[in-house]
Design a protein. Structure first.
Lengths: 273, 327
């Protein structure tokens, strides 16, 4: 059904979507002379899994950083549900419902797995200084804890709740990071290479979790290199190269797109396109 | 050589006034460094502004209680002024700015320019008479055998350890709360905390200010005991004593700073007493005389701390698992 939503949309960069949750306009960011991101128009369809692919240095992570407030562009605008996100601090972007993960997993290593989950919960009055001293935060904490345990169970990590996150394996940290992002109750989850360095069995587990999040109505944008993974899971693929969006479309059309093949393999890889 | 006397003197130091003062000071630093990961190398500055804020207020005719409030306010303002420009930058910038600030404040306090207010290098004396006038304890010595204190010291110790107790309660409430969890998350990874919607800058600023206010309490308490504030009492060394105590006790633990301070002063006094006995009383090492006791005490003390860091890097109360986890 999610893919039905995407049928009838032209396969071209910057194409309009029926119900976009994120809209990006004329976004530019350069480092020195290098244009890291130079996107004229990009829309992310609500409730789908959109893959962001492209060769190394294409600007995928920079785009993530810009959209989540971790970096500032030279110019451009971007909106969430029609609301302006320009100049909004990263932590406020998260509170508005866009949560991102990092290429290098960032587990809070000297917090336990459960604490990692609880710290991500929103609207805990005990997180303010005066609330911590005088607020009645324990009732909220109990509700959050129930939610956290439920999410940990879903990701198969409930038995590790009391362990330090720093003692987890790389794959378990990826799972924890994803579970933790859910505690923020986001609308959009932006995953920066969630499969990097993960064994094939766990890749399948992670893919299953990502699909089920989509089925619950979350919008997922993720950066990935493996075309097989992209084919399997995403409804829409956005291809970046040298900061620009060079192609958009459903996975099958992208795989046949000459520009994409050129971007990945270089222009002179054999026969003329 | 009377080893019992040396041990008793060291025991007196472990519960004495400096131990209480440094326990308090280290608790402030522990909030900043142990829980939030802020490298504040100018903790002495908050002790200085606290002590001076109090002394100047009393010197200008104000009551002591008002002086205490002024001292705490000064420390909060110092934290705010230091934090706003530096806390958005990387951790090392805070370290550089704070160590310089401590020295700048000390040099300003001793300058002739500020002398009309700070009384220059001679400082301000006898501002805590009100406190000593309240002493309900009759004159005499209290304790067992040689382990005894006079009524003045007992009164000051009651204040000091009372403050330590209240601060422990305060820290317990604060660090066991979601607020405490958020600052520990920031210590572990700022970007992760940001991505989860935590206002990292505000938390760091709060931690710096509150830790500074606790440092100011320690500074005021030391000043009350000595009835004296002079600029050159606030050398950067005081910050490093506090760091030593925090690390000794275990950073990010509730009572680590207290046990750290007690062990610190016990060892400090014990090594001093022992060296003094060996070098001066026994004349056991012919090339050394009484003037060498001080430096050797520091050298051996440093050696002891190195030994502790090698065999118990997490501090006395720190958790070994936490230490084994990379960054």
């Amino acid at each position: 059904m999610a893919s039905d939503m995407m049928s009838g949309i032209a396969h071209e960069p910057g194409v309009r979507k029926p119900d976009p949750i994120l809209v990006v306009d004329s976004l530019r960011r350069s480092f020195g002379g290098l244009k890291a991101v130079d996107v004229d128009h990009l829309e992310i369809q609500r409730g789908t899994i959109t893959s962001l692919i492209g060769p190394n240095g294409a600007g995928k992570t920079t785009l993530f950083n810009l959209l989540t407030g971790f970096d500032k562009p030279e110019n451009g605008s971007w909106h969430l549900n029609g609301g302006d996100l320009v100049g909004i601090a990263s932590f406020r972007v998260a509170r508005k419902g866009v949560v991102r993960t990092f290429q290098l997993t960032k587990s809070l290593s000297r917090l336990t797995v459960l604490e990692n989950m609880l710290v991500a919960a929103k609207d805990q009055i005990g997180e303010s200084f005066w609330g911590a001293l005088f607020g009645r935060w324990r009732a909220i904490e109990a509700v959050n804890e129930a939610r956290a345990v439920e999410a940990l169970e879903r990701f198969g990590m409930a038995h590790m709740a009391g362990e330090y996150a720093g003692s987890l394996s790389g794959g378990q940290r990826k799972l924890l990071e994803m579970a933790r992002a859910l505690m923020v109750d986001p609308e959009v989850i932006m995953l920066d290479e969630p499969m990097a360095g993960v064994n094939p069995a766990l890749t399948q587990t992670l893919l299953g979790h990502i699909s089920s999040l989509r089925d619950e109505g979350k919008t997922i944008v993720f950066v990935e290199h493996d075309m097989d993974v992209v084919q399997e899971i995403s409804q829409w693929v956005v291809v970046m190269s040298q900061g620009r969006v060079i192609a958009e479309g459903p996975p099958l059309s992208i795989a046949k797109n000459h520009e994409v093949i050129d971007a990945y393999l270089g222009l002179h890889h054999g026969e003329k396109p | 050589m009377d080893i019992v006397k040396i041990l008793i003197d060291a025991g007196r130091a472990a519960v004495g006034v400096p131990a209480a003062a440094y326990a308090l000071s280290a608790m402030g630093l522990n909030l900043q460094f142990g829980y939030t990961g802020l490298l504040n190398f100018g903790h002495v500055a908050s002790m200085l502004v606290g002590a001076y804020g109090m002394a100047i207020t009393v010197d200008r005719g104000g009551p002591l209680w008002l002086g205490v409030i002024v001292g705490i306010l000064f420390a909060l303002i110092l934290g705010l002024l230091l934090g706003i420009p530096t806390l958005r930058l990387r951790a090392d910038y805070l370290a550089i700015v704070t160590i310089a600030t401590g020295e700048i404040l000390r040099l300003v306090a001793r300058s002739s320019w500020a002398a009309p207010v700070t009384k220059g290098i001679f400082g301000i004396q006898r501002f805590a008479d009100d406190f000593f006038a309240l002493n309900p304890i009759p004159g005499g010595l209290y304790g067992i055998g040689r382990f005894r204190f006079d009524e003045r010291t007992v009164w000051v110790m009651m204040l000091g350890w009372g403050l330590v107790g209240l601060t422990v309660l305060f820290m317990w409430k604060l660090t066991r709360s979601p607020w405490g969890r958020a600052i520990r998350a920031i210590r572990d990874d700022e970007d992760a905390a940001l991505s989860l919607g935590k206002n990292v800058f505000a938390y760091k600023l709060q931690s710096l200010m509150v830790g500074g206010a606790i440092g100011a309490l320690a500074g005021m308490f030391l000043a009350i005991d000595q009835q004296n504030v002079t600029p050159d009492a606030y050398l950067p060394l005081l910050t490093f004593y506090a760091f030593t105590i925090v690390i000794l006790g275990g950073p990010g633990t509730l009572i680590g700073p207290i046990t750290g301070s007690m062990i610190f002063w016990f060892l400090f006094e014990f090594i001093g007493g022992l060296m003094s006995a060996i070098i001066v009383d026994l004349e056991a090492i012919s090339v050394l005389d009484a003037t060498d006791v001080g430096p050797i005490r520091f050298a051996l003390f440093g050696f002891g701390l190195m030994w502790l860091m090698i065999f118990r890097p997490q501090g006395i109360f720190g958790k070994k698992e936490e230490m084994l986890i990379d960054g």
